[in-house]
Design a protein. Structure first.
Length: 387
């Protein structure tokens, strides 16, 4: 009987001791988390790398965090792909950010977030910026994200084969500026890139053809000037010196080669045909033939208000009635400039075209083309596929 009472007494004493430790830890942690830093206490880079506080403070923090591992390790909404904008302003610390994160449903417990940041010594190292956070992120992932000062980005995809008016519209729709602002910049002639300086004398002003198609992440506060230049720099980077060297081996300047690549972009639907279509156009130029490319006429026709679209199909009568230097049925050689911004695949097709005897091709109606060496063969293909 006595031994049983002694055992119960030991258990009671242990529970009292645990309660005392938790009570002390709670009181100490309240003091630690409630203490505001002095206004001048900006940490040095070296200090930011070190966990804050005395050994006793760290013990209290570690005990507290050990009791809240579920809040730290588990997201509010596991598997969620939702993105929530969250701003960190100058002067914000983990103690002020934590409750806001909790209120936004991005973490489970704002006080635990503040404790975790203080334990890791990054309480005052969270970076000012605009973030895209998710309820699917753990508290540790959120804390890591907020240390990198990422500015919120606007994602914009510019497809291959768009003319600059379409690009300007897409950028305006993304809230990055007005269409008019972008078009003014896109029609300028003073960008310092060599491949814009070798344009023919009759070429129109502007950067049509060189607004490189891609998926961009623009800073939300980027100016239209910076956006247009970024797209031109992307062209400069993606169209490598080796590709440019190959383009010039076709007997054209870079500007003329991009003009041809733009036509290939609008003609080719099946990727495997790009180099062959480029080869046909180069052969026609070598033979002094008209290019007779339908997309050049569609470009010359411009915006069609009735259908609310830019690229309307070329009609048979358009070949003679659309009087424009872009009409390659009426005017020999290349048009004055690109009709769209070609993608890298079409540019590479002009840089490395298929060597062919074909001089003609006609659409089969399924995206592919029938090719012919003679006009007679071409007429047969037209009869077969365009009736």
């Amino acid at each position: 009987m006595g031994s049983r009472w002694r055992a119960l007494a030991r258990v009671a004493l242990f529970l009292v001791a645990v309660a005392a430790v938790i009570g002390i830890a709670g009181a100490g942690l309240w003091t630690v988390l409630g203490r505001k830093p002095a206004a001048s206490a900006a940490p040095t880079p070296e200090a930011a790398e070190q966990p804050e506080g005395t050994s006793f403070t760290r013990l209290l923090l570690s005990l507290y965090l050990a009791l809240h591992q579920s809040d730290i390790k588990h997201p509010v909404d596991p598997g969620s792909a939702e993105r929530v904008r969250f701003d960190v302003a100058p002067g914000d610390t983990a103690a002020t950010i934590g409750p806001r994160l909790e209120a936004e449903g991005l973490i489970r417990n704002g006080s635990v977030f503040a404790a975790l940041a203080r334990y890791r010594g990054v309480d005052h190292a969270l970076q000012v910026g605009e973030y895209e956070l998710s309820p699917g992120m753990t508290m540790e992932e959120v804390l890591t994200e907020l240390q990198h000062g990422r500015v919120r980005a606007v994602t914009v995809t510019i497809p291959e084969g768009w003319r600059m008016e379409q690009v300007a519209e897409r950028l305006a729709e993304a809230g990055l500026g007005s269409k008019e602002e972008f078009l003014v910049l896109m029609r300028r002639n003073d960008y310092p890139y060599s491949w814009l300086q070798d344009r023919p004398d009759d070429a129109p002003p502007g950067v049509e053809g060189f607004l490189f198609p891609d998926t961009y992440q623009f800073p939300a506060d980027a100016t239209p000037v910076a956006i247009v230049d970024l797209m031109l720099r992307n062209f400069d980077r993606r169209v490598t010196p080796e590709i440019r060297r190959k383009l010039t081996t076709q007997g054209m300047s870079i500007y003329e080669a991009i003009t041809l690549a733009a036509i290939v972009e609008r003609e080719a639907v099946v990727p495997e045909e790009r180099a062959l279509i480029a080869g046909v156009f180069l052969s026609r130029l070598d033979h002094g033939m008209f290019l007779q490319a339908d997309p050049t006429v569609s470009y010359a026709k411009g915006f069609d208000a009735a259908s609310n679209r830019w690229w309307t199909p070329m009609l048979a009568e358009d070949a003679k009635e659309v009087d424009s230097p872009y009409n390659t049925f009426l005017y020999p050689g290349l048009p004055p400039g690109p009709i769209c911004s070609p993608g890298l695949a079409s540019i590479e097709a002009v840089a490395d075209p298929a060597r062919t005897n074909y001089l003609y091709f006609v659409s089969k109606g399924d995206g592919s083309h029938a090719f012919a060496e003679t006009f007679e063969e071409h007429l047969l293909n037209m009869t077969r596929y365009q009736q």
